[in-house]
Ligand binder design. Structure first.
Ligand SMILES: CC(C)(COP(=O)(O)OP(=O)(O)OC[C@H]1O[C@@H](n2cnc3c(N)ncnc32)[C@H](O)[C@@H]1OP(=O)(O)O)[C@@H](O)C(=O)NCCC(=O)NCCS
Length: 436
């Protein structure tokens, strides 16, 4: 495909996302490592673009590494208890200085006229203020945490008014108490609290190494987060993000995204492409969506029988179904199986076959097949397989639109050859899965 066609296709593919995100509220936390990195200017352009596309943005900045280096350069030691910084009275002025320096740098970057950039001539109206009321963390295990605090209240109505005026709201990790004291708040937690108070559509964490280089699924449920939290090799940074993600989803924030700012444009890829770039945490996909069990065979057969009879799907014997049922994922609604997919790995050939994809007529065109494919992809990755193939007679365009390509040279894995009927004239389509 020519470069021009690539652009046209990309833009058309992005159109549904542009429409879906308009007037939605996104809370974005950016770590200070990212803010001081060379790639940050690209992110500034992308933030300006989101603002121009009508997305309501609240931006919070981290300041952990800046506080550490500011304390060190003033010969002050950082003290922690339970992995939480103790902000004592001596270090407080330096902590506030470091936080304000990050905020000022961020404000200056977001205020550049963006000359010679795709967003040239555009301006971002920033707003900040006393939106966060803090309170002391108090004494933990006999240790007084002093000016390390937690969120007491977010003035969400005031933030909403500014967002409605198309302002980008900028928040630091400082909270002020009713008694006039200043508290240093953990930014990840503050971002989660702000997203919950605003009932935001998305909470986005942009970190250096948010995924810790770990091979991770592109979509996680809160149950997956819980499992990762229990794993001893999950880093403390990732644990803190997963914990906040779980709380946010439980408080009705629809999606949480973890984006590692390793690639220029990672935020845009995550928001405007089907495959995304980071890790999305949501339970939306998982309502009624689960791995199949032997009891589901009857429901799956009722769903696919008409398709088998009309030749859209290859007929499967009951015995074959029983052998393969562990590779099926189903969506159940009101006790009925309304959609299914099979992802059958061939460990020797390091590919998995996508088969038996079907959605009940009454539920088609609501994205269920796309959700099932996404889950099948994640399952394949977890099984160490990063290539999918499918054989299809009538649905090739759907698969092509979901990242598959025709490959006439692909060799059907030996284990499949016995049941492969070349007379059907199926197209063989392949998809490579991105492992970040
Ligand atoms: C193909 C199928 C699984 C899609 O399910 P779905 O949940 O409706 O899919 P999604 O909601 O994720 O996507 C819907 C989009 O796919 C398109 N689509 C559906 N069937 C298609 C096909 N055969 N070829 C190309 N596009 C198709 C729809 O038109 C819709 O696009 P639009 O809204 O832009 O018009 C469903 O139509 C089905 O069960 N078909 C019969 C069984 C089948 O063909 N299975 C594949 C066997 S290999």
């Amino acid at each position: 495909m020519s470069n021009t066609q690539d652009h046209v296709r990309w833009f058309r593919d992005a159109a549904p996302y542009i429409k879906a995100h308009r007037k939605k509220t996104f809370v974005v936390m950016i770590s200070d490592e990212v803010i001081y990195s060379e790639r940050f200017i690209g992110l500034v352009h992308d933030i300006a673009l989101l603002n121009h596309l009508g997305i309501k943005l609240v931006i919070l900045h981290g300041s952990r590494s800046s506080i550490d280096s500011h304390l060190a350069s003033n010969n002050l030691e950082a003290h922690y208890h339970q992995n939480i910084r103790i902000t004592d009275i001596e270090s407080l002025p330096y902590v506030v200085q470091a936080i304000n320096a990050v905020k000022t740098h961020l404000e200056s970057q977001l205020s550049t006229g963006l000359p010679n950039t795709p967003m040239s001539g555009s301006e971002i109206a920033l707003a900040s203020g006393n939106f966060v009321t803090g309170m002391p963390l108090g004494v933990i295990d006999g240790v007084d945490m002093q000016h390390s605090g937690k969120v007491r209240y977010i003035r969400h109505e005031a933030i909403k008014e500014l967002l409605d005026l198309n302002h980008v709201v900028l928040l630091s990790n400082l909270g002020y108490s009713r008694t006039g004291e200043v508290f240093n708040l953990p930014t990840e937690e503050l971002a989660g609290e702000v997203a919950r108070a605003l009932r935001a559509d998305k909470l986005i964490y942009i970190h250096e190494g948010a995924r810790n280089g770990e091979k991770q699924a592109s979509t996680l449920s809160t149950a997956d987060c819980e499992a990762l939290l229990q794993q001893p090799d999950t880093s403390d940074d990732l644990k803190s993000l997963l914990h906040q993600a779980k709380l946010a989803i439980q408080a009705q924030v629809k999606r949480v995204h973890l984006i590692d700012q390793q690639v220029d444009g990672g935020l845009l890829l995550e928001l405007f492409t089907r495959d995304g770039y980071g890790t999305m945490i949501t339970n939306l996909f998982y309502e009624g969506n689960r791995p199949a069990s032997i009891e589901d065979i009857g429901g799956i057969v009722s769903l696919i029988e008409p398709l088998e009879n009309s030749g859209v799907l290859v007929a499967r014997s009951r015995e074959q179904m029983e052998l393969q049922i562990r590779h099926f994922q189903v969506i159940e609604k009101d006790g009925m199986i309304i959609a299914c997919i099979a992802c059958i790995p061939d460990e020797e050939a390091k590919v998995a076959e996508i088969a038996c994809l079907a959605v009940h007529q009454g539920y088609q065109r609501t994205g269920l097949a796309s959700q099932l494919l996404q889950i099948a992809e994640d399952r394949a990755l977890k099984q160490g397989v990063n290539r999918l193939y499918t054989l299809t007679t009538r649905t090739s365009h759907w698969f092509i639109e979901h990242g598959f390509n025709e490959d006439r040279n692909f060799e059907i894995p030996a284990a499949k050859r016995g049941s492969y009927n070349p007379k059907r004239g199926s197209k063989i389509l392949l998809k490579s899965l991105n492992v970040l």
